[in-house]
Design a binder for this molecule. Structure first.
Ligand code: M6R
Length: 622
């Protein structure tokens, strides 16, 4: 949810920390703060409410803070409103009401995650004389470290280990101890954190883009592990305080991929990167006209034995599952259930032991999806992750991993990761169908050749931008928008609706077209925009007739269909076409105009496209 950074080396820390935070602002942007130390001097803490630019201004681009060791944070509020006082870093001792200034405290720290038992811990600490200035759970955990540090007087290893045993919840925690200048201590459970090393300097970040400019050699710190960081070195420990050996991993993403590259917003850049993201993902498994899942480490015997597939995910990744279920059921002829991870983890449903659980996640850190994955593993069911971030928790814990090659996705609204996930699903469907004897060799070759046309057709679908921009400006002031469709078209509508609402703040809903008349149609008024997705030949007439029911009640209709279906022009008010292709895979094309629509409406309303209010890119809390 929040973003954390850390640096310790030879150069001034503050500018490097601010630069890192600017790459992580997508994770949270309601306040930000830094703590920097100059040698043995006490830490200087500066915090600012609002966007990172406020902190940059307040610190004169970092020049106001001297020191080569520091930690930083950009916040997405969970406990306590967005304010300077609630912003991180927090300190163990007494501080000013705003929390900024020179810190005499024993411990200063930043945190990403949620401490579930913070109320109980706070009560305990209050009894021991601690004073709390913020409403955050973070201040509680910092003070708990201080409490153990002073009580046992055995140093940071002991204090951190004791704290980790005592707290429940998730955390990526960075700490500086007054008595240990030139050191940063980090601890992790269920929240992302990487540690980069280069040229005698050490970096900490919640995500790769923050440090990519400086290094590609990173350590992944495991769950319930902690580490002591000094310039150019990281020493890892388990909960017993025993040292653990670790190797660095090289990150393959290139730094440019995490920049805007001439586009006004990351979202537009990422929309345009979709053909490549899909091509790269397809190419990772399609070789010489056949699909090779050896990199996923799934065997033909396993594929033959599955009786059921569960697809579990959140948000857009769940929409990928919704679209994929139609493809899997149709061509693999296997029962598929698509579950919201937040529901799945608490449902007491009987699970088929011979099932495959596929979790889908861009970040690989979504708390609910991770919990669902763990639940499936606990129940002894084979799990597969379709995931974008290499080395993420989900990637590390799933039995099998199908990496999407979308590269870093920065905009909160996902586009290219969604498309790459869908491409991965298609490959699984086609290969499963072949291995299970559900399709002929000819059909297999046909599906693969169709899949290989996807990138080019996606490129074509991107060409209709100007008309969509014009239409978006016309409907930017809508109060309600409805998306309708059947089957795959319904799944595409779900994603189109989410894209619109999350970045334009227009209320929108997606409906299975046949369901409208069971209640929702009463919301249709004069001028209400109804967008119909009509790519499935067999369902076209049915959906059109549901749309016309809305038109006769005053709705304005937009139809999204394939080239050739020109009769639609007589029935709807505005039409958008995408290239024709096999109907199983066409959702990948139909979603593009809807992504563009959401984007242009947001731009027309003058909103912050890449950082919509109340949202964060990576949802590492329940
Ligand atoms: O990182 P994940 O794919 O697990 O994230 C899941 C959702 O939070 C994500 O898709 C979210 O719905 C996006 N903001 C949608 O654009």
């Amino acid at each position: 949810m929040c973003g954390i950074v850390g640096f310790i080396g030879k150069r001034q820390a503050a500018p490097i920390l601010l630069d890192g935070l600017s790459k992580l602002e997508y994770r949270g942007y309601d306040s930000a703060g830094l703590a920097v130390r100059d040698g043995e001097e006490l830490a200087q803490v500066v915090k600012a409410k609002g966007r990172l630019s406020n902190l940059i201004e307040k610190t004169d681009g970092g020049k106001a803070l001297k020191g080569t060791c520091g930690i930083g944070h950009t916040r997405w509020a969970t406990h306590g409103e967005p304010s300077q006082t609630n912003a991180h870093p927090h300190v163990s001792g007494n501080c000013t009401r705003s929390g900024s200034g020179t810190v005499e405290s024993e411990v200063v720290g930043v945190h990403n995650g949620i401490i579930e038992n913070y109320t109980e811990l706070k009560e305990k600490l209050l009894k021991h004389g601690y004073t709390f200035y913020s409403q955050t759970d973070t201040e509680v955990v910092i003070k708990l470290v201080d409490y153990y540090y002073k009580k046992y007087n055995l140093g940071p290893i002991d204090a951190i280990a004791k704290t980790m045993v005592r707290v429940r919840g998730s955390y990526a925690l960075e700490l500086m101890f007054r008595d240990y200048p030139g050191e940063i201590w980090v601890a992790r459970k269920d929240s992302p954190m990487i540690i980069g090393i280069a040229d005698g300097e050490t970096y900490v970040a919640s995500d790769v883009p923050a440090i990519l400019k400086y290094t590609r050699n990173v350590y992944y710190i495991g769950n319930l592990e902690f580490a002591r960081l000094v310039p150019g070195e990281a020493h890892f420990y388990d909960l017993n305080g025993d040292e653990i050996e670790k190797q660095t991993t090289e990150i393959k993403w290139d730094a440019e991929a995490a920049e805007k590259g001439g586009f006004e917003h990351f979202m537009m850049k990422e929309i345009h990167e979709q053909p490549k993201a899909v091509q790269d993902t397809l190419n990772s498994v399609i070789k010489d006209g056949a699909i090779d899942l050896s990199s996923v480490e799934i065997t033909e015997d396993e594929i033959k034995n599955f009786e059921q597939i569960y697809i579990v995910a959140c948000g857009s990744a769940w929409h990928v599952g919704m679209a994929a279920q139609y493809v899997l059921e149709d061509i693999v002829d296997i029962p598929v259930r698509v579950e919201l991870a937040s529901e799945f983890r608490y449902r007491k449903m009987p699970l088929n032991q011979k099932a495959l659980v596929i979790v889908v996640s861009q970040s690989g850190e979504t708390a609910d999806t991770l919990a669902a994955l763990r639940l499936a593993k606990e129940k002894g069911i084979i799990t597969m992750a379709i995931v974008n971030v290499v080395g993420s928790s989900i990637a590390r814990e799933a039995d099998k991993v199908f990496y999407t090659l979308a590269g870093p996705e920065i905009s909160v609204a996902t586009t290219k990761a969604y498309s790459a996930q869908l491409a991965a699903m298609y490959c699984l469907a086609v290969q499963f169908a072949k291995v299970r004897g559900k399709i002929t060799e000819e059909q297999y070759s046909y599906y693969i050749s169709e899949l290989l046309t996807l990138p080019e057709k996606m490129q074509k679908a991107l060409e209709d931008k100007e008309r969509i921009q014009w239409f978006a400006a016309k409907y930017a002031n809508s109060h309600d928008v409805f998306f309708v469709g059947r089957g795959i078209d319904y799944a595409v509508g779900l994603e189109g609706s989410l894209k619109l609402k999350e970045i334009s703040y227009i209320h929108s809903e997606a409906y299975a077209a046949g369901e409208l008349k069971h209640g929702t149609i009463s919301l249709i008024e004069q001028g209400t925009l109804v967008i119909g997705v009509l790519t499935q030949n067999e369902l076209y007439e049915k959906t059109i007739s549901n749309m016309l029911e809305c038109k006769s009640r005053g709705a304005y209709l937009m139809g999204l269909t394939t080239y050739g279906k020109y009769e639609i022009e007589d029935q709807v008010n505005f039409t958008v076409y995408v290239p024709k292709m096999d109907e199983h895979f066409i959702g990948s094309l139909a979603v593009i105009p809807l992504q563009l629509l959401g984007y242009y409406v947001s731009v027309a309303k003058g909103l912050d496209v890449d950082k919509p209010r109340n949202l964060a890119k990576s949802v590492t809390v329940e």
